[in-house]
Design a protein around this ligand. Structure first.
Ligand code: ADP
Ligand code: MG
Length: 715
């Protein structure tokens, strides 16, 4: 029999293992373990090194050690001042030690008599006894202290609700390994690659990650398995891309011409080097019949709109149409206004009159257009007399048919998926050619992550801000007292002719979140701190006409301040606005705060961003606010965010992509991300279909079949 492949391991139900019955199977499903593959990749959370474990009698006061012992007794009481104290005595064959836990009442239920636990902490002397205060606890099982002494013991993620304890997992894993041992586990990596990277064999790695003989074995195992995870993702991305390139036919454009020249000649500003480079990338893409799939990544204010317009105009210049899609109506309207200003007076050849000209036609298709307007726009889009259409997802509706769509720009990628792409394909043209796609995002993604998350997109980065920006001062305002003097500052700024945004996290009062509602805040400010000033209100529940009117008044300077929910998060551009106040800032994530802050600092006046928090924000919120105050650099913040939150920041909750990386960390494993990328390039360059590596090809095929089809193709 051949050694077992991952596909085969993934086809064996865990129920077939001794010790996993119907009931355990249900519990395991709760932690996403259904097959032997899932079980073997249910990796330990940490290890207790019992080769270095101290018997209690030898625990030295003042040292940090791990003790493995059985719980002898547990008691709980309330201290003066209301704090709960749980005390536990544990013992091994050599002695007794106590552990005390403050304000962790649940420990009383966790540490029941007879359970074997590993405690890690500093040994103190308390009235002549050895004691640990708030040690790190791992429950190992019941009466298990005698087992596995002198070994490195894996501690698995446990689930109280599912009743999964580490000891059971260890036994099931051992059982699975035993059952696999007859055939062994196949290794699809070619020898040259394993040698080049000094990687362990897969079967060995899967054994060592669970039961390492030494900590260095454990690292070798981890490296191999991390590489496997990353290589699978890279190979999949690359082969999908190859397939796409082989099957998709787009439209080749001439990138030079009157319209583009006029556009560049009339620009009232000098493009940044980064904008030029991005435009050159786009020119190269659009001039071939291979559909562009490009991500334009640029911090807020980096000038993505001009780059987008450049691409759209190339479409128009070639007699086709361009579409710009925004995630919200406010943003679509904003883009429409910005483009209208830039395209004022532009002309295109008039097909009805040979050699004649007509004004370039820019149209807005939004949910709030009236029925007649909408029908008019739809006809213009279908007949080709509308050259550029700006809209929301309304652009994807059944009734929208283009005459000849050749460039699509999507602002803010994460709300746009594969099915939408497919939809544009159908509505865009009759000839089945695929429009070029430019996806714009202001979410700075660290390079390591971008290589994995957007592996199938080409990336242009606007890593340079237009000149003349004044840096934004960021202040963390803690508690209501500090806020009072802040409002005085804000008022002063507005009296000097500047404008301010005030962002509230929720529309309606929600006691549970303790967040202020925009409506209430607006009323309060008008009656109090901002009395006598012109203060507008903007939130998602207002009718579109009201929203638009309010935005216009703010844009024109007829409002001094705008109290808003996060609808203003992206894309709003009012250079005279110099103050951003974010209320309950401790409830926002780093990326969101950075986006909000980017609404100011767009003109020549100095800007300030006030991040107002509760008196007592959580430690992680403190980290976030400090990070924001320390830098304006979106990429630096993204790295920090990644450190603080892990990969969760990059992947949508619903994306199964996160599960692909059980062991690898995009923050820590840069070297392996690069190694995997290089290896994938080598393997695929040598042989696009991986014909000479059938085992690897089969693994990628299996891997592709078990994941969310939208993941990684999202754009
Ligand atoms: P974002 O990348 O956030 O979408 P925008 O395209 O909205 O940025 O541009 C932000 C502001 O910078 C706009 O007011 C725009 O006119 C201005 N801008 C863009 N490019 C330049 C440039 N090269 N020089 C000066 N100002 C620029
Ligand atoms: Mg923008």
């Amino acid at each position: 029999m051949n050694p077992l492949t991952l596909r085969e391991l993934d086809a064996i139900d865990v129920e077939r293992l001794n010790g996993v019955g119907r009931r355990r199977r249900t519990a395991l499903r709760e932690v996403d373990v259904e097959t032997v593959f899932d079980l073997l990749t249910y990796y330990p959370r940490r290890y207790v090194d019992r080769t270095a474990q101290a018997p209690i009698s030898e625990a030295v006061i003042g040292s940090e050690i791990t003790v493995v012992a059985d719980v002898l007794s547990v008691s709980a009481r309330r201290l003066r001042g209301g704090r709960r104290l749980v005390s536990v005595d544990v013992g091994d064959a050599t002695g007794v030690l106590s552990a005390v836990f403050f304000n962790q009442a649940w420990r009383e239920r966790q540490l029941t008599e007879g359970r074997t636990v590993a405690l890690f902490g500093k040994v103190e002397n308390y009235r002549g006894h050895k004691q640990m205060t708030n040690p790190v606890v791992d429950v190992l099982g019941d009466g298990a202290a005698a087992d596995r002494t002198g070994k490195i013991v894996a501690i698995y993620p446990q689930s109280e609700s599912a009743g999964i304890v580490t000891w059971d997992v260890a036994n099931w894993v051992a059982e699975a390994q035993r059952r696999c041992s007859a055939r062994g586990i196949a290794d699809p990596l070619p020898d040259w690659l394993r040698d080049r990277l000094g990687l362990a064999e897969r079967g060995q790695a899967l054994a060592d990650i669970h039961e390492p003989l030494s900590m260095s074995d454990r690292w070798a195992a981890r490296n191999r398995l991390v590489f496997d995870e990353l290589l699978r993702v890279q190979l999949l991305l690359r082969s999908q891309r190859l397939a796409r390139e082989a099957h998709e036919l787009g439209i080749a454009h001439k990138t030079a011409g009157n319209l583009i020249e006029t556009f560049h000649r009339r620009l009232p500003l000098a493009l940044t080097g980064a904008q030029r480079r991005a435009m050159a990338d786009i020119d190269a893409d659009l001039s071939t019949p291979r559909p562009m799939h490009r991500l334009l990544q640029g911090d807020v204010g980096s000038g993505k709109t001009l780059v987008a317009l450049h691409a759209l105009l190339i479409a128009v210049q070639n007699g086709h149409q361009g579409a710009l899609m925004a995630p919200t109506e406010v943003l679509a309207e904003q883009h429409h206004i910005a483009l209208r200003a830039l395209l004022d007076g532009f002309e295109v050849p008039d097909e009805a009159r040979l050699g004649g000209k007509r004004p370039l036609r820019l149209r807005l298709l939004s949910g709030s257009s009236s029925g007649t307007q909408r029908r008019e726009v739809l006809v213009e889009v279908a007949t080709g007399s509308a050259d550029i259409v700006v809209g929301t997802h309304a652009l994807l509706e059944e009734s929208v048919r283009f005459d000849s769509l050749s460039v699509v720009v999507v602002d803010e990628q994460h709300r746009f998926g594969v099915s939408q792409r497919a939809r544009l394909r159908e509505s865009g043209r009759d000839d089945r050619r695929i429009p070029h796609l430019l996806v714009m995002t202001a979410t700075p993604i660290p390079r390591t992550a971008a290589m994995t998350v957007y592996g199938d997109l080409d990336v242009s980065v606007l890593d340079e801000l237009p000149p003349g920006r004044t840096p934004i001062a960021t202040e963390w305002v803690r508690g209501p007292l500090a806020a009072e003097s802040m409002w005085t500052e804000v008022r002063r700024e507005m009296e000097a002719g500047r404008q301010a945004y005030v962002v509230c996290p929720l529309i309606t009062e929600s006691e549970s979140l303790d967040a202020r509602s925009a409506e209430q805040m607006h009323a309060e400010l008008v009656a109090g701190s901002l009395a006598g000033l012109r203060v507008g209100l903007l939130h998602g529940r207002l009718p579109s006409a009201d929203k638009e009117a309010t935005m216009n008044r703010f844009r024109l300077g007829d409002l001094d301040a705008l109290v808003a929910t996060t609808v203003i998060e992206v894309g709003i551009d009012v250079p005279n606005a110099t103050v951003m106040v974010v209320l309950s800032a401790d409830r926002f994530g780093i990326a969101q705060l950075h986006q909000l802050r980017g609404r100011v600092g767009r003109g020549s006046h100095e800007s300030t961003c006030y991040l107002v928090s509760d008196d007592d924000p959580t430690p992680i919120a403190v980290e976030r606010l400090n990070a924001l105050a320390a830098t304006n650099d979106g990429f630096e913040l993204a790295e920090r965010d990644l450190e603080l939150r892990g990969e969760g920041t990059l992947f949508d909750e619903r994306q199964s992509g996160r599960n692909d990386l059980k062991l690898a960390s995009l923050a820590r494993d840069l070297t392996w991300v690069q190694a995997a990328r290089d290896a994938a390039a080598d393997l695929i360059a040598a042989d696009g279909d991986l014909d000479t590596h059938p085992a690897l090809a089969d693994e990628i095929d299996w891997f592709a079949s078990r994941r969310d089809p939208d993941y990684l193709q999202r754009s």
